[in-house]
Design a protein around this ligand. Structure first.
Ligand code: FAD
Length: 813
């Protein structure tokens, strides 16, 4: 066996083969792919997957990866056999709620450029003649979906990779561990000896955590058993005996099942049982466990009702196959932070294998990717996300919910109460309705504020149905109380990062697109860009000392931003990066009366001259040595106030008491969102991410091209030269009472222009605000477009932004 390579890929399932193929395409040579099983029917999940590819997904990334997979596989053959059969798909609805949800799915598909239609039960029957149309209220049809021959596709990709040259595959070779020196991988140890290499890519799927754990690289996924059966031949399909599949693949999500034709037989896949998790440490070489008949009872009944042709038929093949479920349903892509040169591409379905292979190859080659991979990044996890009990609970729940109708604001039930602010009891006393954010309990609104509705309800449109779920008119009241008086916001969940050392300034100024070289006490809002000029992060950087900076970012973005900073930090010890989130409690005190409230608890001068906008400084609040920043994502006069965590409760109580004469109320995250949208403040992850550059995102004002070199500058210079083709726009809906929740397609007639990146009601401006990227020809105030929402369409008009306080009068005085 070869004992040296530049790159070793562990795993020759469809993901390992797709990665090898894409890396070879990008010019990588000297790649060795190892698998413990025989090539290419290795015994892994790919060998057992029936290969249904449904591209529709609420996640734009997952839909992009699936569309690319179809595009890749439809060209492939192996042993003169196609690797993909583009027979289309049908998802049937058996309940009115599901019918409605099919329209939502069709909205996602349209938004992401995938053709899909809602069809009648009669049309469903025409496409799948053996179906009982009495069960079906409506169908959802995607013509380009279909069925892949999983391991054939893996083999075809492997052969193309080998044909490119410099790629070798070796079966029956188990990788026992990785060799590491001084924090860098140097090779792998196998049961056939050692292979030295510079880089290792783990495509080990359900076995993933075994090698990861040895390196201290937690890969939070579980193998879950999943039932698959194939019937005896059906006389109704005798004419298809020699064919692979002709019927569209079929989903019956109300019963958590799917089906596909196997020539003259039918395959049945079921999630309709309690999750059966399998520890990666107990796995043998095959991703198959014995069938558990008791788990199939309910599914059996549902099958007989939907496909009566299967009633009374035997199942000649039946097994519990295993594949990976991660804690949030997304893959785990990227490089380990602890061991340089170790990469992961796990937790991926056949459906996304092409796109995932392309993405990991781009990441390994350039450090950037065509698509925003935030949801699938290996750097998205907080410490609690990778603890064994959390992983087991969440992976099981992902299995249970795989076909559920999930509201965009639906909250996880378990585990909760992991991270609490020090004044949590006060928030409970205000009857906070808590949402989970990165493990933190953050109130979305406070029921105690219901009394505000007497004053404000006339300005808060009623909501019904889907839009009213996980929403309360109290959010509107809290919003208006902030604008008219003053609100106290819980911000303890913010990620706080301290960057210090003699090299800190130069380092941060290279990472940031704005000018960080400022006097002590100055706050800077900036984007961090990647090499391609895409927005990797947006955050504030405050110079707290000559060689010390406080970087503040959101809870969800925190791990990404920390990893990004650490990845680029000098290794000569001149810069220290420390996550100090757990050290400080934080609150926001915002509203026109914020100054009078703060002045009651501090001897310091908080007047506009002494404490101007976008500055920061230590502030004594009673006996609390706090640190305050004068800025506001809510767009109001006020401060973010940071205090030692153990003094957070006292901080809350002092401000609360001082605020009562001014009408201060606790304000939740729901109001925070509508406040920021009125001011046009972008939200990382939805409005801005790596697929957009700051000029497209309307953040050109925070770029300092003249300050010297910084990450992404060259790319921005090119953008400036070439101009932009799309722009983030602010729109409002014309129809009173119309609501959007995000991700809906924006259209001009039948032409897709973009999708909704954020939407909420602006209670101060009395409009439903919509943000989305539009081609520049449409990004003109006054232009009318349409937004599809379930079955209907709303008219939207492009407006100058921001809608509220464009001259910054409220913030700067
Ligand atoms: P695998 O195919 O499991 O490959 C991982 C490889 O790593 C294995 O070959 C293994 O031998 C090797 N390996 C692991 N550890 C080591 C080691 N230490 N040394 C050497 N080699 C190692 N997906 C869909 O998209 N659509 C479907 O309809 C679908 N249905 C499914 C139904 C069933 C019953 C099953 C089991 C899966 C299904 N899936 C489906 C999921 C899909 O099959 C998998 O998610 C996908 O095949 C994973 O590909 P992979 O390459 O990551 O993993």
């Amino acid at each position: 066996m070869q004992d040296q390579a530049r790159l070793v890929i562990v795993g020759a399932g469809i993901v390992g083969c797709s990665a090898a193929y894409h890396l070879a395409k990008l010019g990588w040579r000297d790649i060795l792919v190892l698998d413990q099983g025989p090539l290419f029917e290795t015994g892994g999940s790919t060998s057992h997957a029936p290969g249904l590819i449904f591209q529709t997904n609420g996640s734009r990334l997952m839909c992009q990866m699936a569309q690319y997979t179809v595009h890749l596989l439809r060209e492939l053959t192996y042993r003169d056999t196609p690797c993909f059969y583009e027979v289309g798909s049908v998802e049937v609805a058996a309940t009115p709620e599901r019918v409605t949800d099919l329209y939502r799915r069709q909205g996602w598909a349209t938004a992401y450029g995938l053709e899909a239609q809602i069809i009648s039960p009669v049309e469903v029957k025409r496409m799948i003649p053996i179906i009982n149309e009495d069960v079906v209220l409506a169908g959802y049809h995607v013509p380009s979906d279909g069925d892949a021959r999983g391991w054939y596709a893996a083999a075809a990709l492997a052969h193309q990779a080998m044909a490119a040259g410099g790629v070798a595959f070796q079966g029956e070779t188990k990788v026992l561990g990785l060799l590491v020196e001084k924090g860098r991988v140097t090779g792998v140890m196998t049961d056939r000896g050692r292979v030295t290499c510079e880089t290792v890519l783990l495509c080990t799927n359900i076995w993933g955590p075994v090698l990861g754990d040895k390196l201290g690289l937690p890969l939070p996924l579980y193998a879950v058993e999943h039932q698959y059966l194939i019937s005896q031949p059906l006389p109704e399909l005798a004419q298809d005996r020699e064919r692979f599949v002709t019927h569209p693949i079929l989903r019956h999500q109300d019963k958590r099942m799917y089906f596909r034709q196997h020539g003259d037989a039918y395959g049945v896949g079921s999630y309709c049982h309690e999750p059966r998790l399998v520890s990666p440490y107990t796995l043998k070489k095959s991703a198959i466990h014995p069938f558990t008949p008791g788990d199939f009872d309910e599914a059996h009944e549902a099958t007989n009702r939907l496909l009566p042709a299967l009633k009374g038929r035997k199942y000649v093949t039946q097994f519990n196959g295993m594949f990976a479920f991660t804690i949030d349903g997304y893959p785990v892509l990227g490089e380990s932070q602890t061991t340089k040169g170790v990469w992961s591409a796990i937790g991926i379905w056949v459906t996304h294998s092409g796109g995932a292979g392309k993405t990991i190859a781009e990441l390994m080659s350039y450090g950037t990717t065509e698509w925003d991979i935030r949801e699938a990044s290996i750097h998205r996890f907080h410490a609690h996300h990778t603890t064994p009990s959390y992983v087991a609970l969440r992976c099981a729940q992902q299995y249970r919910e795989v076909y559920d109708i999930i509201h965009p604001l639906q909250q996880m039930e378990n585990p909760r109460h992991l991270r609490l602010s020090p004044y949590h009891e006060r928030l409970v006393a205000q009857q906070g309705v808590f949402f989970e954010n990165s493990g933190w309990e953050v109130a979305q609104w406070y029921e105690a504020n219901e009394r505000l509705l007497v004053e404000f309800s006339g300005r808060i449109p009623k909501r019904t149905g889907w839009a009213a779920k996980n929403w309360s008119p109290i959010q509107g009241a809290e919003h208006l109380a902030t604008r008219e008086r003053v609100g106290l916001f819980n911000l303890t969940q913010f990620t706080k990062i301290e960057v210090r050392g003699p090299g800190a300034l130069a380092f941060l100024n290279y990472m940031a697109a704005n000018q960080v070289d400022q006097p002590v006490g100055k706050v800077v809002y900036t984007a961090l860009l990647n090499q391609a000029g895409g927005i990797k992060a947006d955050l504030t950087i405050t110079r707290t000392g000559e060689e010390q900076f406080l970087v503040l970012t959101g809870a969800g973005g925190g791990p990404h931003d920390l990893a990004w900073l650490r990845q680029h930090a000098p290794t000569d010890g001149s810069v220290t990066i420390e996550d100090v989130t757990s050290r400080y409690a934080a609150v926001g005190l915002w509203g026109p009366l914020a100054r009078e409230v703060l002045a009651r608890v501090t001897p310091d001068d908080v007047g506009n001259e002494a404490f101007p906008y976008f500055t920061a400084r230590p502030l004594t609040i009673d006996s609390i040595p706090a640190y305050a920043l004068r800025l506001s994502y809510a767009g109001e006069l006020g401060w973010e106030i940071y205090a030692p965590m153990e003094m957070g409760l006292r901080l809350w109580d002092l401000l609360w008491e001082a605020g009562q004469p001014s009408g201060l109320v606790a304000v939740g995250a729901g109001a925070f969102n509508s406040l920021r949208l009125e001011k046009g403040y972008r939200a990382w992850g939805s409005d801005i991410h790596t697929e957009y550059n700051p000029y497209e995102a309307g953040l050109g004002w925070a770029i300092r091209l003249k300050k010297g070199d910084f990450l992404g500058r060259d790319a921005l210079l090119k953008v400036r030269e070439q101009g932009i083709r799309r722009q983030l726009c602010c729109l409002t809906l014309t129809e009173p009472g119309a609501v959007l929740l995000g991700k809906e397609p924006i259209l001009a007639g039948e032409k897709l222009l973009g999708y909704v990146t954020s939407s909420d009601f602006g209670y101060s401006v009395g409009q439903q605000i919509v943000y989305g990227y539009l081609p520049v020809a449409y990004a003109v105030p006054g232009t009318q477009v349409e937004v599809q929402y379930f079955r209907g369409r709303h008219t939207a008009t492009v407006y100058h932004e921001p809608l509220f306080d464009a001259i910054m009068q409220r913030l700067k005085n």
